[in-house]
Structure formats: C-alpha cells, structure tokens
Ligand binder design. Structure first.
Ligand code: CMP
Length: 142
C-alpha cells in the first residue's frame, strides 16, 4: 500500500553536510519528499517527541543531542514507505546495520545515528502531525 512516513535528518548529519546524500537515497528508493523543513528543536519540543523514552538512561543525552543544532524534518510517500525507510536507514545501532544503509555508512554512535524514521502507521501519523500542518504536506491522497 502507498504510505506516508515521517523522517528526521539529525543534527550530526546536518553538521556533516549529509542532507543531499540522504535525500538521494530516499529518492533512489522511490520515496517521494512530500513535505520538508529545517528547524531547531527546543527542549520542550524534543521532550514531547521522545516522551516514550523518558526515564531511559539515554534520554537526557538524546534531548541534548537533538537540540544541539538544526535538523531537517520530512514526510516521505511511497509503496510501503514505513518499512522501506527503515530498511534504508538500517538498525538503530550502526554497528548492527546492514552495509549500504544510511546508519552503517554515516552514523558515528548509537545516539548520533543520522536519521529517525517512524516505526508504524500510528507513529507516522502522530509524528507527521507533531511537525507539519495539513497545508504543508503535498502528498497524493491515498
Ligand atoms: P531513534 O530510534 O530515531 O529514536 C530514539 C533515539 O535514541 C535513537 O534513534 C538514538 O538516537 C537514541 N538511542 C536509542 N538507544 C540508545 C542507546 N542505547 N544509547 C544511546 N542512544 C540511544
């Protein structure tokens, strides 16, 4: 089915000039960019986004990292977009990610892993709505 999913290019990847390389991989895989913006998260916006991880040992350094510089947020649309995006990203831990994935090729640590992608239809809907209003999304209706 045609799906939409939410993606973040994290501060490490923006700092290292990897936006174009990552967009190239999305587009080459048939994922269409239907909404994009560059923003910097403040503590409250980052905490809201990562609320499910509150209390985990990696939570506070994650919030510090995600607020450390600009990020690029996007909505991707395509056939099986949620799973396809996660395949292109590779596993959270870059050391376990398949060669040729974004994280295997570019990530520098488990935290600084270049990208985020929604893990289900429900989180995609929630995450898209957390960053984009309906008039900012140029997706074909499915
Ligand atoms: P993501 O899966 O996009 O969302 C949660 C983020 O927390 C994850 O990417 C990493 O950036 C970070 N993270 C997850 N697990 C760990 C960990 N064990 N140590 C450090 N950071 C982590």
């Amino acid at each position: 089915a045609v799906e939409t999913t939410f993606s973040i290019i994290k501060p490490d990847a923006v700092k290292r000039n990897l936006i174009g390389s990552i967009y190239q991989r999305f587009e080459a895989a048939g994922l269409k960019l239907v909404a994009v913006k560059m923003i910097q998260l403040d503590q409250a916006k980052a905490a809201g986004f990562y609320a499910e991880h509150l209390g985990r040992p990696f939570y506070e350094p994650l919030i510090d990292f995600m607020t450390s510089g600009p990020i690029v947020v996007q909505v991707l649309q395509g056939e099986n977009a949620i799973a396809k995006n996660r395949e292109i990203m590779g596993k959270t831990n870059f050391e376990e990610a398949e060669p040729g994935t974004i994280r295997a090729d570019f990530a520098s640590s488990v935290r600084e892993n270049c990208v985020h992608g929604s893990d289900s239809v429900e989180s995609a809907q929630r995450e898209i709505a957390y960053f984009f209003s309906a008039d900012e999304i140029f997706a074909a209706k499915s």
